[in-house]
Structures are given as C-alpha cells and as structure tokens.
Write a protein that binds this ligand. Structure first.
Ligand SMILES: Cc1cc2nc3c(=O)[nH]c(=O)nc-3n(C[C@H](O)[C@H](O)[C@H](O)COP(=O)(O)OP(=O)(O)OC[C@H]3O[C@@H](n4cnc5c(N)ncnc54)[C@H](O)[C@@H]3O)c2cc1C
Length: 524
C-alpha cells in the first residue's frame, strides 16, 4: 500500500478514535451533514460505496495522484471547500488539488465514472461563487503555478493556477508586463477567460488580449493547444467566454510588454464634489482625452467614522501613469483644480498595484470577505444630474457598528467601482475575441459587504435596491468577470452579439454539457 493511502487511513482512524473519546462529531458526522446539503437526494454519496482510501486515490490505490484529494473525512475539508468570498458556502464531495495534467485527467475519468458534477477552481475569486459546487468534484489547479519567461521573444508560459501577484513578481524582475487586475490572489485562468481588467488596460488592453496560446484538457481527457494557428475557434472563445465552459485550462501563453516603473497617484474629492468629478472623468479620461498611459480606478466609498462619528463618504481616484511624474501631473491638472492629491509615489508596477488599493476596502484585521457585486457598462455620456442620482443612492448605504481593535467604528461597506475603458481595450474590434465590450466608456459596478450574518440582509437590500436607479445609466451589458448569480438574461449581458458564435463553439468542445454551471454558455 502506498504511503499516501496509509496516511489517509491512519488519519481517518485517528479522527474516529478522537470522536469516540471526546463525544464530538467525527468526520463521518461532518460527511453526513455535508451530504444532507448536497441537494442530490437521488444519488447516494460516494462514501457509501467507496472506502476513505479509495476516495483519497480516486478509486485506484495502486495509482496515487501527485496532488492531494480532500474529502469530508479530512480535517482540511472545512478550509479546502471555502472560496475567497465566504458568502458562498458549498459542499463538494471531493476537492482535488491537481499538480499536473495527469492529475486533471484522473479527475475527469473519475467524474465520468461516478457521474459527478465537475467545477474548476484556480484563484477561487468568482464573484458569484462559481468555482465550487454541492455534491460534486472541485478540480483545483492552484498548485499548477509557474511563470516561465522567454525574455528575447517577450513571451511567458504561465500555469493556470498562477496568482496575479506571483505573475507580477516574476515579470517585474525582467521589466516586463502583462495587464491584469489589482487583486494579487486572483489567478490567471478565471481572470483571463472573463477578460481581465487592470491599471494598464487602457495602454495594453484586457488580460485576454495578451493571450497568444492556451493548453486545455477537454472533457474526454484530450489535450488541445489553441492559438491563432490551431483550434482557432476555441482560442477565440477562451478570450472572454468565461471559465468552466470548454475544458480545464492548464497553461496560458502571454505576449509581454516592456514596463519598468510607473508613477502612482491618489486623488480625493468630497461626496458633494463627486457628481461633477465623475462627469469630468467620463468626458476627458475614458474614451476620449487622457493618454492611454494613464490608468485608474474611481471608487465612491466611505471611510470609517471614529469616536461615534458617521462614516465619511468620498470619491477617490487611484491610478498609475506610465511615464514621468511631471507628465502625469500635467494629464491630471484639470482634476487637481477640485480634487486633493493624496498619494504620489514612484515604483514598479507590482509595488504600486499592491499598495494603491491596499486600503480599499478598509476592514478590521482578519475579517472574512463577505460581499456581493453587481455590474453594468456605461455606453453613453452621462449628464451631471445622472451622476448625482447615483451618488444620492449611494448616500443611503447602511451603516454598521463594527469593533476594530479596541475601538468601535461606524462603517459603511458599500462601493461604486468605476473602471475606465477606452485606449487599447476599445481598439480591438468587438468580434475579434469573445470579449465583446469594446465600445463603452466604463465598467460601473457596485459592491455591498458585510462582516456578520446579521448584517447580510441589509447589505443585500442596498445592493439590489441600486438596480432601478442604475438602470437608466447603463447599456444593458455586464462584465462577465463580475458575475452575479440572479441575473436572468446573463448570456445576452455578457456576450451580446458574440453569443451565437460562442454557443456553437461550446457545443463543439463540450458536446455533453459536462462542464455545466448556472451561468454556462447556453447550448444551442
Ligand atoms: C477581491 C476581488 C478583486 C477583483 N479584482 C479584479 C480586477 O481588478 N479586475 C478584474 O478584471 N477582475 C477582478 N476580479 C474578478 C476576477 O477577475 C474574476 O472573479 C475571475 O474570474 C477570478 O478568477 P479566479 O481564477 O481567481 O477565480 P475562480 O473562482 O477560481 O474561477 C472563476 C471561474 O473560472 C472557472 N475556472 C477556474 N479555473 C479554471 C480552469 N483552470 N479551467 C477552466 N475553468 C476554470 C471557475 O470554474 C469559475 O467559473 C476581482 C474579484 C475579487 C473577488
């Protein structure tokens, strides 16, 4: 018997002994509780027919995986099943931390054999909790993480589970860059397939625009390489078609851009100045006006109210200019007539990417991340009164009393997040990739967080209450990397005029709808 299997059995027996001695529930109880939540009453859970060691080796003790299998028998199960956003609680039967392509193939074989639903997970940051399921298998690729740089060709081969922070750290060493999001724990697989927006996207495009090749394992275990030369339709679909639709993405190949240092800045306005500043930003710092070298986020948010004071609502702009500080300041000069320059520092992309938004949101230490997010696109110029209507709604944000260290604070954990488009994003024609949103001014999303279950209903009420006031401002499309579970017309919103083509490609590469999830690309 292999050492790994022996360990699994020993661990199981240890838990059972501990359970009997303490009278506390053992892993069998946890497994039963989980199975009640599986919502698959017609199918008995796997542990009724398989032993713990069979589960731990995916049914073949003679052929252990390189990676690790976590089942409800394991003490790690509670941690392993969690996503970044703990608002979504799911109970899979198996979580498999794959370390290589062969582990992924074993997962697929086992899932077919036992008719298990399969969900891929890389960084686990899906805003709708779509990298977990109830009662099925999670194929976790977070251990397939590496970045191999070909400096001469300005190319990088990157493992599907590589987090953006690791990617940025490696590329910084070469003075090379690929555009991508601000959160370092987001991983490339999910991020790229949903588009991938970051501070440098106005200069270099979406993360998916830098993709030059991808290696994918299809549902039947075949490995295909998609690029401009082979499996071209799949290559088209992967760039914006979202994850868990076509196969398990194993490796990405990116084109890289030279980027050594940038100037980072932060500007702040009072909430009363926000409508005018937002109108000015849209007019001169999105599709028209500002140089592509300027990238930023604008966030309407609240700073914690200390000593019994209410939270302070503000508009902040955090961004980077790829060039000299003096040139950057010139670009921003009209904004600095009303806004206050609160941050000014120079550094590498990675350093500024981490530090510019480190205080958004400003939560007490060790707080769980519990949030819901809805999103839309602004497709026309908004009048000042329209911006004012959004700000008026923001002012209705719930206020929570929160313990932060030794102090009680008043906090509003709501945000309007604006990500400006234009530049390189909009230069790609909408039908060149599955990412269709190429003619908009900005992504407009709103986020509502909470820290305790008792605050959730109020946070959710604010989130959904924004749908009506936001509707006239938005163009009916949404960014597919910010999915929201209860979006009935999601396919039209995410893919619009690219939907027909995407459906056909999905039918070709996943004909049996094996990778189905609630917001899959529909089957024609
Ligand atoms: C705090 C936070 C900050 C964010 N910041 C940004 C930002 O700045 N810019 C931006 O554009 N987006 C941002 N996002 C959104 C993020 O880009 C998307 O949620 C993205 O899909 C996450 O990718 P992931 O791999 O980390 O997530 P996961 O949840 O692991 O995966 C997302 C989807 O892809 C599927 N998937 C994962 N791995 C694979 C694979 N190997 N093969 C096939 N399918 C797979 C999953 O099943 C799921 O459906 C942010 C999200 C959060 C929570």
């Amino acid at each position: 018997m292999f050492a790994r299997t022996k360990r699994a059995v020993a661990q199981y027996e240890r838990i059972q002994r501990w359970s009997q001695a303490t009278g506390k529930p053992g892993m069998n109880t946890l497994a039963r509780e989980a199975s009640a939540l599986f919502q698959m009453p017609e199918k008995p859970p796997l542990w009724e027919s398989l032993t713990p060691e069979q589960l731990a080796t995916l049914g073949d003790p003679e052929r252990p995986l390189l990676g690790k299998v976590v089942t409800p028998y394991d003490p790690d199960y509670e941690t392993a099943r969690q996503l970044f956003n703990q608002a979504f609680q799911k109970y899979p039967q198996l979580i498999v931390y794959c370390e290589c392509a062969d582990d992924v193939r074993r997962c697929l074989e086992f899932a077919h054999q036992h008719s298990l639903r399969v969900t891929c997970r890389s960084g686990g940051h899906s805003t709708a909790g779509y990298s977990a399921n109830n009662g099925g298998m999670i194929i976790d690729v977070s251990q397939i993480r590496y970045c191999v740089v070909d400096e001469g060709q300005k190319r990088a081969r990157v493992g599907a589970g590589t987090p953006l922070d690791l990617l940025n750290a490696v590329l910084d060493g070469y003075g090379l860059h690929v555009p991508g999001g601000g959160c370092g724990d987001v991983a490339v697989a999910g991020h790229m397939m949903g588009g991938g927006y970051g501070f440098t996207s106005r200069e270099y495009g979406m993360n998916c625009d830098a993709l030059r090749g991808a290696t994918v394992m299809l549902a039947d275990g075949r490995i295909v390489h998609a690029s401009a030369k082979e499996h071209t339709e799949l290559f088209w679909a992967l760039r914006g078609g979202t994850g868990n639709n076509f196969g398990v993405l194993l490796e990405l190949e990116y084109e890289l851009y030279h980027l050594r240092e940038v100037w980072g800045f932060g500007i702040q306005w009072s909430i009363d100045q926000a409508p005018e500043a937002l109108q000015q930003l849209q007019e001169h710092y999105t599709k028209e006006g500002a140089s592509d070298r300027l990238g930023y986020l604008a966030v309407v948010m609240s700073q914690p109210g200390k000593h019994g004071r209410p939270p302070k609502q503000v508009l902040v702009m955090r961004g980077m200019y790829h060039g000299e500080e003096s040139e950057g300041r010139k670009e921003l000069a009209p904004l600095l007539k009303t806004g206050h320059l609160a941050i000014s520092k120079r550094g590498t992309y990675r350093y500024l990417n981490d530090s510019l938004v480190a205080d958004i949101p400003e939560l007490p230490p060790n707080s769980p991340y519990l949030a819901n997010q809805m999103a839309g696109y602004v497709g026309r110029k908004l009048r000042r009164d329209e911006w004012a209507s959004a700000i008026e709604y923001f002012k209705t944000s719930p206020v929570f009393r929160v313990k932060n260290g030794n102090e009680e604070q008043n906090m509003s954990l709501t945000f309007i997040l604006i990500e400006p488009y234009g530049g390189a994003i909009n230069r790609v024609p909408p039908h060149d990739t599955a990412f269709v949103h190429r003619d908009v001014y900005m992504d407009f999303s709103w986020i509502s967080m909470w820290l305790e279950e008792s605050q959730r209903a109020e946070a959710q009420k604010w989130l959904t209450g924004f749908v009506q006031p936001a509707k006239p401002l938005l163009n009916g499309q949404s960014y597919q990397n910010y999915p929201y579970p209860e979006t009935p017309d999601y396919a039209q919103r995410y893919w619009s005029s690219n939907l027909d083509k995407l459906e056909k490609i999905r039918r070709h590469y996943d004909p049996k709808d094996f990778f189905h999830f609630p917001q899959s690309v529909p089957m024609p």
